[in-house]
Design a protein around this ligand. Structure first.
Ligand code: SAM
Length: 216
């Protein structure tokens, strides 16, 4: 079992208040962030960083996303209970836990074997059970498509066609798109054979690799 003490719960509540101040309004998203113990994803020596609003290294040159970014992407995804959600870029597994707290059926795919193994071992111990997959998520995960929602947690050079193809009708895709340093958060809504694009703020993600991502 993991320790989740009074102090950690207090820090999490403080983080939720900060996210609210920064403009996150979806109460379900804020409740999920208030519930998932982010400190469990941190080594003991770095515990004090767990509830700061910043990204943090998780090894393999990758990061656990900043809480504000997680909240922003999740809010824009408007997940309803029972919906099937594909997450591209499992990383630590934290975002997958947030999606599970919203009642989604979560498929998460990671390119890096070390991170995949680590998340696959850790999450069930915390009581979270997404479907874990190892592979190139820039091609989506066709075996379980279509998805009501797709969330990409790495910066893409373009919107991979495989992802829009695997989106259900009326489905939403959230993806950061841009160069390697800076990306605009894009939401695609699929309506029949139409794709409607909305652009939001700029963010900075690690690159989406793979066939429809960056080449290393
Ligand atoms: N969602 C994660 C979390 O909650 O910790 C943060 C993800 S981190 C910012 C981006 C992740 O995308 C990295 O773990 C990276 O290995 C992964 N990634 C990069 N390209 C990928 C691809 N083509 N398919 C799947 N995962 C990919």
């Amino acid at each position: 079992m993991f320790e989740d003490n009074y102090r950690q719960r207090g820090l999490r509540n403080k983080l939720v208040r900060l996210l609210r101040q920064k403009g996150i309004t979806d109460e379900r998203v804020l409740t999920a962030i208030g519930k998932v113990p982010r400190h469990v994803f941190f080594e003991n020596a770095f515990l004090e960083h767990a509830y700061q609003d910043k990204a943090f290294p998780i090894g393999e040159g990758q990061t656990i996303s900043q809480p504000y970014t997680v909240a922003f992407q999740t809010e824009k995804l408007m997940v309803q209970p029972g919906q099937s959600v594909l997450e591209v870029g499992t990383g630590s597994g934290y975002q997958a836990c947030i999606l599970l707290e919203l009642g989604a059926r979560v498929y998460t795919i990671e390119y890096n074997r070390v991170l995949f193994e680590k998340a696959r071992k850790l999450l069930p111990k915390m009581g979270y059970r997404p479907h874990f997959h190892l592979g190139d998520g820039s091609k989506g995960l066709p075996a379980f498509a279509p998805y009501h929602r797709i969330l990409v947690t790495a910066g893409a050079p373009v919107i991979p066609e495989a992802l829009t193809a695997q989106l259900a009708d009326e489905g939403l895709l959230i993806i950061p798109v841009g160069d390697r340093e800076k990306q605009v958060m894009v939401r695609i809504t699929k309506k029949g054979n139409k794709l409607i694009r909305e652009d939001f703020d700029y963010f900075s993600f690690v690159p989406l690799l793979g066939e429809q991502g960056w080449k290393k």
